[in-house]
Design a protein around this ligand. Structure first.
Ligand code: COA
Length: 263
């Protein structure tokens, strides 16, 4: 296994979370690619783990914290770390120490760039990207919001702690209409997929519902709402932890339309 910086050759794979085999990833569309171009100029770093056949089997991506959906300074923020864990495509490469090596490579990289530490987020429950895994690798909890936990590894004792951005607004629930609001930063293909799927549902149901997209990679938007990635139908948050199917989204939208007598 070797760890490399992202090169053009692997950009498509990175933009699809190393899951080119997945139809869902194809459905997420090209949003991540344009996000990548924008974010490269803002200091995005991506490391890939390659197997013997030079196929990418793991990734970690991080940005200067000033460009991330959290508050902090002189630190880098990890959007996510992912070691391919499905049987499809390259197969399951988890639990072989690749995640640990990627994290170590990112730490060394940001140290060399003069950063004061690395920050990451994880889930406190036993699924998805667990904050516990980072803690096993020497990270300490620094902030929490529901099941989401911010963890960090400062490189010196004078480092100012980062913190999460708390939600300050939610979309309105207006009488006589249904509005869908999709908040997306663009870094996560799962959220991109949810937005694209929801747009398709709205089209297919005859555009009775309104659709607003809020680009939270834009810091003003992020600070106005305190939301990075989320989907709302009126003022109701839709659980997108695992992207809901087309049918599930359609059902939710129809329920909201029915409730307001719009179908
Ligand atoms: C969390 C994650 C990055 C960890 O990467 P990993 O390569 O699987 O993890 P590691 O191998 O470094 O460490 C995991 C375990 O393997 C063990 N291990 C470490 N080196 C090892 C080696 N050389 N051989 C065998 N096992 C090893 C570790 O001790 C650890 O054991 P434990 O946790 O059971 O006590 C990975 O499992 C993953 O991608 N999970 C999903 C996260 C996710 O959803 N990301 C997307 C969020 S947007």
């Amino acid at each position: 296994m070797t760890i490399i910086d992202l090169t053009e050759k692997y950009e498509n794979s990175y933009c699809m979370c190393l899951e080119e085999w997945s139809d869902e990833m194809k459905e997420a569309g090209g949003y991540k690619k344009s996000w990548l171009e924008k974010k490269k100029k803002k200091g995005l770093r991506v490391k890939l783990a390659l197997n013997e056949e030079k196929q990418p089997v793991g990734m970690i991506h991080y940005v200067p914290i000033e460009e991330a959906p959290v508050m902090g300074k002189d630190l880098y923020y990890v959007y996510c770390i992912w070691v391919h864990g499905y049987k499809e495509g390259v197969g399951n490469y988890q639990n072989r120490g690749i995640g640990r090596e990627l994290l170590k490579a990112a730490e060394e990289d940001v140290k060399a760039l003069g950063s004061k530490g690395l920050v990451a987020w994880g889930i406190t429950l036993p699924f998805f990207m667990r904050s516990k895994w980072f803690k096993k690798n020497g990270y300490k909890s620094i902030d929490r919001n529901g099941i989401s936990e911010l963890v960090w590894k400062p490189f010196s004792s004078d480092t100012e702690p980062p913190r999460m951005i708390k939600q300050s607004r939610k979309p309105d629930n207006r009488r006589g209409e249904v509005n869908v609001t999709c908040f997306r930063d663009g870094w996560c293909p799962s959220q991109n997929l949810v937005c694209e799927r929801m747009k398709r549902v709205i089209e297919d149901t005859g555009r009775v519902a309104g659709y607003t997209e809020i680009d939270t990679e834009d810091r003003d938007n992020l600070m106005e709402w305190g939301i990075s990635d989320a989907l709302y139908i009126d003022s109701k948050l839709v659980n997108t932890g695992r992207p809901p199917s087309y049918d599930a989204l359609k059902k939710k939208l129809e329920k909201a339309l029915n409730k307001k007598g719009l179908v």
